[in-house]
Structure formats: structure tokens, C-alpha cells
Design a protein around this ligand. Structure first.
Ligand SMILES: Cc1cc2nc3c(=O)[nH]c(=O)nc-3n(C[C@H](O)[C@H](O)[C@H](O)COP(=O)(O)OP(=O)(O)OC[C@H]3O[C@@H](n4cnc5c(N)ncnc54)[C@H](O)[C@@H]3O)c2cc1C
Length: 406
């Protein structure tokens, strides 16, 4: 059945099970409009938008919203607008920023830290130049300069003589698992803790979920688990890579690397990006290498950082941030990217099913886009349209790694 705004509104009040503490409180024959499976940043924002549209929605997650195994877990994420002039991701980031700010304003603890994002690279880098042109053209607040300007403004960083940079002034850092949990709560939802398989419609024309609820449509937003559940469709189109993140502890009383005095930063390095966040809420100074690691199983992997990774991070810190050369490692995290061949997201119907939507491929840049991805997904579910953004279609997902999106 194709869902229209009118049919949706008709079902409001008629549908809807009371879900308390993530459990259905009473048996009911009523059918939800949509069950969203996966309470990471993509699933949570999809559920949020569906709720805003007045739909009856339930959210399911095997381990809970923003859990430690998920790609949306952990402390913090970068939200930036620069994408080498790519209008699709820059405009989605801009749209999402407004949602993140509004969500943050509704919370008692901050979700968004407006501390800016500082980019630097060797001069004449095309990606950086295109990013700067996009910011200038859109009149988005930023400042730029050469190595002298960089050193004057951020003496904590060791810049090379041929480097240039710019700072996006209105972006910054997001608190990751806090943000996902806040999104779910803001939507008025509590995830049902259950692992959901690949479901088929029953004779009644609806899907039956593990807790007995039924839904007309399903969204699978399973992050690194998506390819496992749909191996014939996605197995070779999504690769899941192991990524490490390190946090170093500045000395007590030294606030030069705190969020009050230091922005989010990205050392672009011709696409071999090293990036990090300042010491936010005493969590430590974050550093991560964006290059894709080896394959990882998100369910069973031990989350222990490698000695090689720690040593790389220490060397980088000593060169770029000399005052932190002796700072202790205070926290580390092993996470995973879910990569499509070129870095474009997936938001498309399961082939042959216009009531099962697949969302994923967030790779290393998806978090910031959660609100815009969720809006697009919700609109597809409501309209029933077969037309997704071409870059997000299943059809455009190759099987050979050829990264285009940074
Ligand atoms: C180290 C690292 C750093 C990153 N840095 C940034 C950054 O700075 N900025 C940025 O924008 N992006 C960043 N990203 C990318 C971003 O975090 C991811 O793209 C995004 O979190 C993906 O979200 P998701 O909802 O697709 O997946 P997930 O967060 O993994 O959510 C999937 C959910 O599905 C659940 N699930 C799986 N299988 C089932 C099942 N069968 N039944 C029920 N539930 C199930 C899981 O428990 C999980 O909660 C980073 C990613 C990593 C790993």
C-alpha cells in the first residue's frame, strides 16, 4: 500500500501501540506506519522526522541507541561544511547544522559546541581551494590565511612554511552518543532492545517485529551490520573498516587545547586526513587518522587499540602539537566505518520492495548529516517515491573501492 500524507493522517490515532520502557504494554492488532531498525544517527533521525510528520513509529536496536559497538557511539564528531565544493554534502551539512543547534538548545547538556573547524594543508590544494570558494560564495562565516596567519592565531600548532588554512567559524563539534540518545528522546521514543532479522510481510500485509508489533514499512539503518543482513544485495557493495581514535590528556591547568581556546581541526594533507577535536568536557584531546583500516566484524571485534596506532598518533602529536608531546593517552576507541565504493551514502529501497528502505554507508563522514539523511529517508517513506537522490541509489554503489568523497 502506498502511504500518502492523507492516509498517514487517517491512521494517526487509529494506530499506535503504547511502548513503555522499550516494551509493548498491551497486545494490539493495530499496525505501526514504520518500524525503524537501528538506532544509530541515521535511524534515530529518520524516526525523529517520521514522528514530526505524525506517523506511528517504533525504533529497534540490538544494543541500544548510540551503543559502544555502533558507528555512532563514542564521545564526539566533527561537523563541518567544507566538502571540496561538493554542493550535495555541503548543503546537507548546512541543513543538518540547523537541526543539531536546535536539538542542542533543547537539551540541558550541550550536543553542539560552536568552536569552529580549522582546516590546513599545503598551498594550492584543489580541494581546499574549492571549499574556500564555496564558503565565500555562500557568504558563510570564515577566515583564511597563510602559515604566518595560522601560527599567529594558533601558536599551539606547528605549521610548515608552505601551508595555508581557513577556519569555518559557525561549525564545530558534536557530542556523539549523547546526540543520538537526545534525538531518540526528543522524538518521544524508547528503542525496543531486540535484534531484528530480514523480515517478510505476513498474510495480513504487514511485518511482524520480535516484540509482536506490526508495521507497514521497515527501515533498516544498521550501519556496519547492514551488509550482513542483506548479503546478496549489499555484501560486496559495503566494506566495514576498523578505525582507531585516541585521546591525549593535556596537563592540569593548561587550557590551550580546551574547547574554550582551540577549534576542531583537520590536517587535509592531500586527502590523507588527520583530524581531531580539542579537550571537550575533560575527555582529552582527540586525534584520528581518516585513512581506511583493515576489515572488522562489528559484533565480535575486540576493541583494543593497536600499539602501531598509538605510536603513529604520538608521533603526529609531537610534530604538530609539540606542547602535547608528553601528554598521556587517556582514552582510545576502536570503531568502524561502513564504506560504499566512493563514499556516497545509501538511501534506497530494497530491490523489489517499496516498503523496505535501506540506509547506510555513512563511512567516516556520516554523523553530521544524520538530520538531513533522516529527512530524506522520511520523505521517501511518506511519498513512496521510487526516486532517491541518484548518488544515494543502490544502482550507483560499485564493488571496487574508489573513494571520491572526503
Ligand atoms: C572513528 C569514527 C570517527 C568518525 N568521525 C566522524 C566525524 O567526525 N564526523 C562525521 O560526520 N562522521 C564521522 N564518522 C562517521 C559516522 O559516525 C557514521 O557514518 C555514522 O555514525 C553511521 O551511523 P549509522 O546510523 O549508519 O550506524 P550505527 O551508528 O552503527 O547504527 C546502527 C545501529 O543498528 C543496530 N543494529 C545492527 N544490526 C541490528 C539488528 N539486526 N537489529 C537491530 N538493531 C541492529 C546497531 O546496534 C546500531 O546501533 C566517524 C565514524 C567513526 C567510526
Amino acid at each position: 500500500m502506498r502511504m500518502t500524507r492523507r492516509s498517514i493522517v487517517k491512521t494517526i490515532g487509529a494506530a499506535g501501540l503504547a511502548v513503555t520502557s522499550g516494551r509493548v504494554s498491551a497486545a494490539s492488532s493495530k499496525v505501526l506506519d514504520v518500524a525503524v531498525i537501528g538506532a544509530g544517527v541515521f535511524g534515530s533521525w529518520t524516526a525523529w522526522h517520521l514522528k514530526q510528520l505524525g506517523l506511528q513509529v517504533a525504533l529497534y536496536d540490538a544494543f541500544g541507541a548510540g551503543n559502544v559497538r555502533s558507528s555512532s557511539g563514542g564521545e564526539s564528531r566533527v561537523i563541518r561544511l567544507s566538502y571540496g565544493g561538493d554542493p550535495l554534502y555541503s548543503s546537507m551539512a548546512l541543513e543538518s547544522l540547523a537541526y543539531w543547534k536546535a536539538l542542542s538548545d533543547r537539551q540541558s547538556l550541550p550536543i553542539f559546541y560552536p568552536i569552529g573547524v580549522l582546516w590546513f594543508s599545503p598551498e594550492r590544494d584543489q580541494y581546499m581551494q574549492r571549499s574556500l570558494a564555496w564558503l565565500t560564495e555562500r557568504k558563510i562565516s570564515h577566515r583564511s590565511g597563510n602559515a604566518d596567519w595560522l601560527s599567529e592565531n594558533w601558536p599551539q600548532i606547528h605549521f610548515k612554511a608552505n601551508e595555508v588554512g581557513f577556519i569555518e567559524e559557525d561549525t564545530g563539534g558534536l557530542m556523539a552518543n549523547r546526540a543520538v540518545q537526545a534525538t531518540v528522546q526528543d522524538a518521544g521514543l524508547k528503542p525496543v532492545i531486540a535484534s531484528v532479522g530480514s523480515l517478510q510481510k505476513g498474510p495480513s500485509g504487514s511485518f511482524t517485529l520480535p516484540d509482536g508489533q506490526r508495521a507497514q514499512k521497515l527501515v533498516y539503518a544498521l550501519g556496519p551490520w547492514l551488509g550482513e543482513l542483506f548479503p546478496s544485495v549489499l555484501g560486496s557493495r559495503l566494506s566495514v573498516t576498523r578505525q582507531e581514535v585516541f585521546y591525549f590528556g593535556p596537563p592540569s591547568g593548561d587550557d590551550r587545547f580546551s574547547a574554550a581556546r582551540f577549534p576542531v581541526w583537520a590536517d587535509f594533507n592531500d586527502g590523507d586526513i588527520v583530524y581531531g577535536l580539542p579537550d571537550i568536557e575533560g575527555r582529552g584531546f582527540k586525534i584520528a587518522f581518516d585513512r581506511h583500516g583493515p576489515a572488522i566484524d562489528p559484533s565480535s571485534a575486540e576493541r583494543e587499540p593497536s600499539s602501531q596506532g598509538i605510536s603513529m598518533a604520538r608521533t603526529f602529536i609531537a610534530n604538530r602539537f609539540p606542547a602535547l608531546a608528553d601528554a598521556p593517552l587517556v582514552q582510545a576507541r576502536v570503531c568502524q566505518y561502513t564504506n560504499t565504493s566512493n563514499g556516497d551514502f545509501l538511501i534506497d529501497w530494497l530491490p523489489g520492495n517499496n516498503d523496505v528502505l535501506l540506509i547506510g554507508g555513512g563511512s567516516g563522514h556520516g554523523f553530521k548529516h544524520g538530520p538531513a539523511v533522516g529527512r530524506r529517508a522520511a520523505e521517501l517513506l511518506v511519498s513512496g517515491s521510487a526516486q532517491t537522490e541518484p548518488r544515494f541509489s543502490l544502482e550507483t554503489k560499485g564493488i571496487k573501492a574508489n573513494r571520491q568523497v572526503y
